[in-house]
Design a protein around this ligand. Sequence first.
Ligand SMILES: NC(=O)c1ccc[n+]([C@@H]2O[C@H](COP(=O)([O-])OP(=O)(O)OC[C@H]3O[C@@H](n4cnc5c(N)ncnc54)[C@H](O)[C@@H]3O)[C@@H](O)[C@H]2O)c1
Length: 267
Amino acid sequence: MFDVRGKRVFITGAASGIGLAIAEIMADAGGRIALVDCDAATLDPALSMLKDAGADVRGEVADATSIVDLERAVAATVSAFGGIDIVFANAGISGGPGFLLADGARNGAGAIENLDPDFWDRVITTNLGSIFRTIRAVAPVLKKQNGGRIIVTSSISATMTELHVGTPYVASKAGVAQLARQAARELARWNILVNAIAPGPVVTNIAGGRLKEAEARAPFEAAAPLHRIATPDDIKGAALFLASPASRHITGAEILIDGGASLGAAD
Ligand SMILES: NC(=O)c1ccc[n+]([C@@H]2O[C@H](COP(=O)([O-])OP(=O)(O)OC[C@H]3O[C@@H](n4cnc5c(N)ncnc54)[C@H](O)[C@@H]3O)[C@@H](O)[C@H]2O)c1
């Protein structure tokens, strides 16, 4: 049920964090992977690492906010692999600081009256606009094949309000969640299943890798009933499930991977 051997996988934001973990599990499971990222400096070592492990991988430097870049990356992947079966629309950035600091004090930089409107636009364009553009770029390929999977990375911030996460991020991820449901409804006719992975906090390089610091992790660990926050490896199981025949009757769904954080705090 979890067999994805030979499946052709297209992953945006694949050079780091969650996208790289998805690339690892899909490669381990025998997929053929196109790693798409705007950062050539991190894409190269990620590619080398997967190649050294014996994976069938290729890289595309592309900005997922650019439809031109995405169409070029999709065309190159189709040309190399003969098609695309599974798409992870994952690229995203931090939304800046929340309105509270880790110690519970107010953070002026996160106050709504201080938010830079240009930064707001950049977060929405990167986190929501790139998911739209990725789906737009791959839809013709998947429709032609009469089937495929699209898995977007949203966040528990799509439905929860936040204290330590920036307001534009929360708004962008709410858009991603609804876009995934809308696309699922539209594309079902072509046997294209669209689902979301919604992580709570994960230790990655997002926001300058701030969650690598114990002090920044502390409020999130306290707020999650499991009292830990995720590592990228914690995302792999859901990624493989949503990419594989095991989830063939699931579309428009969201899998929370948050240690129970969205339930509220516990002892
Ligand atoms: N880390 C968390 O706590 C967390 C929680 C929930 C959701 N997410 C989401 O997971 C996704 C991946 O984030 P991560 O935490 O792995 O961060 P990360 O910074 O470790 O990796 C993100 C990757 O995306 C790439 N990227 C950024 N903008 C891009 C663009 N315009 N075009 C192409 N590539 C781009 C970066 O170069 C980087 O390699 C994001 O959508 C993020 O919002 C992260």
